[in-house]
Design a protein. Structure first.
Length: 232
């Protein structure tokens, strides 16, 4: 079976327009594949390009060279050259993403923030909220907070809402950028269980994790991104 996600010879350089067009190479020759039910963890020092790789997969950054193939629904899309509308469709149907920071519309209740991806995909609001409530409960967000906007929450609570939003959909590919960075041990264990459940359902996962315990808990393969870093 072909991988759900496959990167080949991917490179990225940032151009600093406010610094006279200074070019800042980040990574070159990035190559790996992720199959259904597998978790690949990107490791390496800060600044090595881990988050940039995730953002290229998600289409937030354009890569300068190479291909990023996303296979879904019997077809393959190269994110590196895809039209913006195709990338938006992939985000709706194929690509889930948990960033390090929650970005939500102000004054929207946490329950609806988590349920939104399902509603946008066509689910009934009541069933979406039911699934959102289950995740918020598992991630130890008190029910008294569910109807409040997450902007009023602590940093750890906001990150748990962010995780719930990312995990609520059953998209075939899930990208995780340091999902447990601000969590205590109990909630880290919940996230580990959620990742294992996604893997059992056949989700292909790419995660960034600095801590050995996180990598040991979720990784099938660990890739040292430093080997792709461009040294100038």
């Amino acid at each position: 079976m072909s991988p759900a996600l496959e990167l080949t010879a991917v490179s990225k350089t940032f151009t600093m327009h406010l610094r006279g067009g200074l070019r800042l190479p980040v990574v070159a020759g990035v190559a790996f594949a992720v199959r259904a039910g597998e978790c690949v963890v990107l490791a390496g020092p800060s600044g090595a390009g881990k988050s940039s790789i995730l953002k290229m997969i998600f289409g937030s950054y354009r890569c300068d060279a190479g291909s990023i193939l996303v296979r879904h629904g019997g077809s393959a899309t190269d994110v590196a050259i895809a039209e913006p509308r195709r990338i938006l469709a992939l985000r709706r149907d194929a690509l889930g993403y948990v960033s390090q920071f929650l970005r939500a519309v102000p004054r929207v209740a946490a329950l609806d923030v988590v349920a939104e991806p399902l509603v946008m995909a066509g689910a009934a609001r009541s069933s979406a909220q039911h699934k959102a409530a289950d995740l918020l409960r598992r991630l130890n967000i008190p029910e008294r907070l569910w109807l409040l906007p997450p902007a009023t929450f602590s940093g750890g609570e906001q990150q748990r809402v962010n995780i719930a939003r990312g995990f609520v959909s059953d998209r075939p590919i899930l990208l995780l950028d340091e999902p447990t960075a601000s969590l205590d041990a109990d909630n880290r264990a919940v996230v580990f269980d959620l990742v294992r459940e996604k893997k059992r359902r056949g989700t292909a996962i790419v995660a960034i994790a600095h801590d050995d315990d996180v990598r040991n808990a979720i990784a099938d393969t660990v890739i040292d991104v430093a080997c792709f870093a461009v040294r100038t």
